[in-house]
Design a protein around this ligand. Structure first.
Ligand code: FES
Length: 119
């Protein structure tokens, strides 16, 4: 486990995303307010369908039970907890664990989507 301090909680933008560079990888970090509780999600910033680093600029929302980001390019939706594309489930982006500690946002740079499928 490699936890990295990526930013202050105040650097996050509610209901929107920011981009962080962690171990040379671009990560999209989203802050959502769900039932009054702040929730932070982190996924790869790279949209493998659009072929560009744009997901931090995507629109976040829910699709049924799923919390998703819509790519600003072709509007595919990626599930923020599994990394799976809703429209093309064979496509999956990395997902990362995040935690909040004393006002700082920490990210575990191990791709949880890969860890899950390897288990
Ligand atoms: S997010 Fe960069 S072109 Fe849309």
């Amino acid at each position: 486990m490699a936890w990295t301090d990526i930013c202050a909680f105040e650097d996050l933008v509610e209901n929107s995303g920011i981009c962080a560079l962690v171990d040379g990888q671009q990560v999209a970090v989203f802050l959502l307010e769900l039932q009054g509780e702040p929730q932070i999600y982190a996924v790869g910033n790279y949209d493998p369908i659009g072929g560009a680093n744009v997901l931090s600029r995507g629109i976040v929302g829910s699709l049924g039970e799923q919390i998703v980001v819509a790519s600003p390019l072709y509007k595919q939706h990626f599930d923020l907890t599994t990394g799976r594309c809703v429209e093309q489930p064979e496509v999956q982006i990395p997902v990362y664990e995040v935690k909040l500690e004393q006002g700082r946002v920490w990210l575990n740079a191990v791709n949880q989507a890969q860890a899950a499928s390897a288990a």
